[in-house]
Design a protein around this ligand. Structure first.
Ligand code: NAP
Length: 347
């Protein structure tokens, strides 16, 4: 029997709006092809305000308000001023889309949001890395205990499917390790350096294009990639590691001379996040700049594109290449989760 999900957005920035566009444009296709039916009952954003209508909101109108920089209070009906926790607990939503900003040190406020939702017996889909880095196994257990779904495909490589690929499509393989280009900003910088640009100019260009933050430390020092190595190690390789278990070096020390020399050797520098299960069962995990031969599939991945190679026992290396960020690209990762949820809960 098909169900109609009642969705609530917690946070309504770039990614929340990206998913909304996809849901609106593909509504008929999602119903016909995947038997996925939904209504959005609430949106709660700390800056944009909040609105709740148990019968469903007109999301086209919500998008227009937000795009015109107006507050959700101007929506003509519904209840206003419900904060994130009230929206999670006190509405008729059955599925919470958690897309607030990421804090990988504490996981907050997303961790509190996700726990509250799972404890209230509500499904969660989220692109937020923080809670996954901090407590993924606890959250998955909590979801299981409450008989609900927790999906987070977008926390690594956005909508380019890697977590689902490992769990479902590659099921039956032993995955013994991975290596990947897990950060688009640093790959963009290295690509420009390959064309002769200095590190400083390439970083400036990445900032102008909105890839790098004003404070680029998280990207160039490899912290963002490190979070993803922790997630992949725990979720795909079944380990239980934290920040301190990953060796790390960023790309700030790479000079144009290093890049030229690699070129002369038929090699290319990439910032690689990797982990490998050792013979004794321990894990060797790191984020480190590496010179790859041009024959390596990762060496051919340029610009802000990401890629990940899984080492499998049946197929050897399997590589997936695609976007690792972006409005619709990350919004789409939530659609992957929603469709999976629909499949699981309709069984
Ligand atoms: N953009 C990407 O390409 C991408 C890729 C992969 C993963 N992600 C992850 O996806 C999530 C969403 O990203 P985004 O690009 O959409 O970020 P964003 O544009 O900054 O949107 C986040 C929104 O959530 C709001 N918010 C923060 N705390 C809140 C709270 N306690 N209650 C309600 N609303 C709250 C923010 O308000 P303020 O404006 O006040 O902060 C903002 O409007 C992040 O965790 C990000 O790391 C993004």
């Amino acid at each position: 029997m098909s169900m109609r999900f009642k969705l609530a957005f917690i946070g309504f920035g770039v990614v929340g709006q990206g998913l909304t566009e996809i849901l609106l444009e593909k509504k008929d296709m999602l119903a016909e092809k995947y038997d996925f039916h939904y209504v959005v009952v609430a949106v709660s954003d700390i800056m944009k305000g909040s609105v709740y209508d148990e019968n469903g909101l007109n999301m086209g109108e919500i998008l227009s308000l937000v795009k015109a920089d107006k507050k959700l209070d101007e929506y003509p009906s519904g209840m206003k001023d419900m904060d994130s926790l009230a929206t999670i607990k006190d509405t008729n939503a059955d599925t919470i889309i958690e897309v607030t900003f990421t804090d990988v040190k504490t996981g907050e406020p997303a961790l509190t949001h996700i726990k509250a939702a799972l404890n209230a017996g509500k499904n969660v889909v989220s692109t937020n890395k923080g809670p996954v880095v901090k407590q993924v196994m606890d959250l998955l257990k909590l979801a299981e205990k409450n008989n609900v779904f927790y999906g987070f495909e977008g926390v690594v490589l956005a909508g380019t499917p890697v977590l689902n690929l490992a769990e479902y499509t590659l099921a039956g393989n032993k995955i013994t390790g991975f290596k990947g280009i897990l950060n688009g900003t640093t790959n963009y910088i290295l690509t420009r350096m390959e064309e002769g640009m200095s590190y400083d100019d390439a970083l400036k260009k990445a900032q102008e294009l909105g890839y790098a933050e004003a404070d680029p430390t998280g990207d160039v020092e490899g912290l963002d990639a490190l979070g993803k190595v922790v997630i992949l190690s725990n979720v795909v390789l079944g380990k239980n590691i934290g920040w301190k278990d990953v060796e790390r070096k960023g790309i700030a020390g790479i000079t144009i001379e290093d890049v030229e020399q690699a070129k002369a050797e038929g090699m290319r520098w990439k910032l690689i996040g990797s982990a490998e299960i050792q013979k004794d069962g321990s894990l060797k995990a790191k984020v480190w700049p590496q010179k790859l031969p041009l024959s390596d599939p990762l060496a051919g991945v340029n610009e802000a594109i990401n890629a990940l190679t899984f080492d499998t026992d049946e197929l050897g290396p399997v590589t997936v290449v695609g976007p690792g960020a972006g409005r619709r690209e990350t919004g789409f990762s939530l659609l992957i989760d929603l469709l999976n949820m629909n499949r699981k809960l309709s069984e």
